[in-house]
Design a protein around this ligand. Structure first.
Ligand SMILES: [Zn+2]
Ligand SMILES: [Zn+2]
Length: 376
């Protein structure tokens, strides 16, 4: 079928909204009519060349929609179901689905980040451009498109009363932030947490830390305008690290904690390697945990002083919050319905697919938390 999609054609250039061909769902796959898609920093990282990925690619990986066709053998979802399009599968059967240390199911082949390390998994393109070339997708689906294919074990069915625009954001920003606090760092009650970068992911780290019972949640961003929204999501303190005015981050932390110059947990959600170094330097040298959530430029490098980790401090990475995709999405939907987490305030702009480049610009400039593309 012919569908409209926003296609990455050349690094540094705007996406092109054009007609592409989408094949029929094969066994185990479903066809989803996309109803909403958030725009994420990772989409910008492909568009501007930070992630050096060959075009053409249908971007968008934070979507929700309605199942309109199912392939052979699909029983877990039916036509008419509303679903969140997850970014990693959860087949529930493979060794990795049974391994509590990773969320990357062996079936994660529709994901250009994991395909190179999951050799059993094959990327099967499903979009073709007008000139007949395969267009890949960054993650499992291309959600900057009116329709997309996805494997049935990579979607989470949701109640029909959840607005698509809010459901969409759970697929990346929400699960990444909340997952990082629960399934990567295991934030504990009474702990102190620092969050660098107050975008959608950072705000979700904040609300994840709050659910986990952290009592000090320090938000850090170089834009003062982020303070109000950070506090709305549960931050107890805010620091603009570009305006320390003679103080140091350690002395500011000592003021907040009443003595200690170190926090228990830090989350780096900017993708800047210099910020990652700072995050590591402010967690406790004996027990502090840092999670590198943001994805840095692929050619960048990071250095730490030799003894940085010698006493027990740890640094780890995550992809989508190290959260088992369907299991944790269901948990997040429960928290959402119970009013424990907020999603709507993340949405700062509502756009059409034709306006995708405007949304990318707003996000890149820090003027938007989440621009969302809405489809009819
Ligand atoms: Zn994302
Ligand atoms: Zn699996």
């Amino acid at each position: 079928m012919k569908v409209q999609a926003a296609v990455f054609r050349k690094a540094g250039e705007p996406l092109v909204v054009e007609e592409v061909e989408l094949r029929k769902p094969q066994a185990g796959e479903i066809l989803v009519k996309i109803r909403a898609s958030g725009i994420c920093h990772s989409d910008i990282s492909v568009q501007n060349g930070t992630m050096p990925i060959p075009p053409p690619m249908v971007l968008g990986h934070e979507g929700a929609g309605e199942v309109v066709e199912v392939g052979e053998g699909v029983t877990s979802v039916a036509v008419g179901d509303h679903v969140i399009l997850n970014n990693v599968p959860e087949c529930g059967k493979c060794p990795q689905c049974h391994n509590p240390r990773t969320n990357l199911c062996i079936e994660s082949g529709r994901n250009v980040l994991t395909t190179p390390v999951l050799r059993n998994s094959k990327y099967r393109p499903f979009f073709k451009t007008a000139e007949g070339k395969d267009a890949t997708t960054l993650m499992t689906a291309g959600t900057f498109a009116t329709h997309s294919l996805i494997d049935a074990h990579t979607v989470t069915p949701i109640p029909k009363d959840i607005p698509f625009e809010e459901a969409a954001l759970i697929a990346c920003g929400v699960i990444t932030g909340i997952g990082s606090t629960h399934y990567a760092a295991h934030v504990s009650p009474g702990s102190s947490v620092a969050v660098f970068g107050i975008g959608s992911v950072g705000l979700n780290v904040i609300q994840g830390a709050k659910i986990a019972g952290a009592t000090v949640i320090l938000a850090l961003d170089i834009l003062d305008s982020k303070e109000a929204v950070a506090r709305q999501f549960g931050a107890t303190h805010f620091i603009n690290p570009s305006k320390l005015e003679g103080a140091t981050l350690h002395s500011k932390i000592a003021e907040i904690l009443g003595g200690s110059i170190f926090v228990d947990f830090a989350f780096e959600a900017t993708g800047n390697t210099g910020v990652l170094q700072t995050a590591v330097s402010i967690v406790h040298p004996l027990s502090g945990e840092v999670v590198a959530v943001g994805i840095p430029h692929f050619t960048s490098e990071t250095k730490f002083p030799g003894p940085t980790f010698s006493l027990g401090r740890t640094l780890r990475g995550v992809l989508f919050g190290n959260a088992k995709s369907i299991t944790v999405t269901k948990q997040i939907v429960e928290w959402y319905k119970a009013g424990k987490i907020q999603v709507k305030p993340l949405i700062t702009h509502r756009l059409t697919l034709q306006e995708v480049n405007k949304g990318m610009e707003l996000l890149a400039k820090g003027e938007a938390v989440r621009p969302v593309i809405l489809f009819d």
